[in-house]
Design a protein around this ligand. Structure first.
Ligand SMILES: [Zn+2]
Length: 269
């Protein structure tokens, strides 16, 4: 494996027609991936894909935008999390952008997120966090930093993970890195300069690559279905933005993933 997509959803229906061909092509291009669940059913599907393929792993959780539709049963997710190919807990977190009624959804989102944090600490697995502020603010990151900070004081190194699709600024990045979290970026880096400052600010050891497939395809495929092979373009963009050697960046980002998700990645083809 040369590249690791730290956040993809290739268990989604969008891949039903050609999933096995896609995975074969990922293997050929030496791209592995963490298949991230957003609810119980997609977490189970992620595990089943990971069982069938050496270079795929799973993350299990309930997306903050689904917390009013589905009950998060910690016991059920604890059982899922005990599978050896489950390397992370999530996606979970706080979303102030999407819910129609944020005030209604906030308390439930927070309650369910904290259950994920507790499960991650208990199982000593990293968190896969989705955090999206309301328009023009960093509100969800500030709440997130508060919550993670209080768990950090009690649990230290046992609390760790990745902030997926990071859209915060330098200040939020600094706090989250201090809390021991990595920041991951998608192919947005290939078509906007909005995140260049943070990508340059962060130590290379605090960055991960991801695609969030099927979302955010890089040009020339913008708007169509994305897939984890685009992670190569993400890593290239990071090297370019940071003016660093592409091969050095590729190899460091891969070892970051091994550090965050554990030695299981190293053995994967
Ligand atoms: Zn996602």
């Amino acid at each position: 494996m040369k590249y690791f997509d730290a956040h993809c959803h290739i268990q989604f229906d969008a891949y039903d027609a050609d999933r096995e061909e896609l995975i074969a092509s990922m293997i050929e291009q030496e791209v592995g991936g963490l298949v991230v669940g957003v609810d119980y059913a997609s977490s189970e599907k992620a595990i089943s894909l990971a069982e069938q393929h050496d270079s795929l792993f799973a993350s299990v959780g309930l997306h903050p935008n689904d917390t009013l539709e589905e009950v998060f049963d910690m016991n059920v997710f604890r059982t899922l999390a005990s599978h050896p190919k489950v390397l992370a807990i999530g996606e979970c977190g706080l979303d102030n952008f999407r819910p129609e009624d944020v005030d209604l959804s906030k308390p439930k989102q927070r309650e369910v997120f904290e259950q994920h944090v507790q499960l991650a600490i208990e199982t000593d697995k990293p968190l896969m966090i989705h955090s999206r502020p309301s328009k023009g603010t960093q509100d969800a990151y500030h709440d997130l930093i508060d919550i993670l900070g209080s768990y950090k004081r009690e649990h230290g190194e046992r609390l760790h993970g990745d902030i997926h699709f990071f859209v915060g600024g330098v200040e939020e990045a600094r706090s989250l890195i201090e809390l021991g979290f990595t920041l991951s970026y998608t192919a947005v880096l290939t078509f906007t300069h909005d995140y260049d400052e943070v990508v340059r600010f962060a130590p290379l050891t605090s960055l991960l690559s991801e695609t969030d497939s099927p979302y955010v395809a890089p040009p020339p495929n913008r708007g169509s279905r994305n897939d984890p092979r685009a992670v190569r373009a993400v890593v290239r963009a990071m090297a370019e933005i940071r003016s660093e050697d592409p091969e050095m960046v590729r190899s460091q980002i891969l070892s970051n993933a091994e550090r965050v998700f554990g030695p299981a990645l190293r053995g994967a083809k």
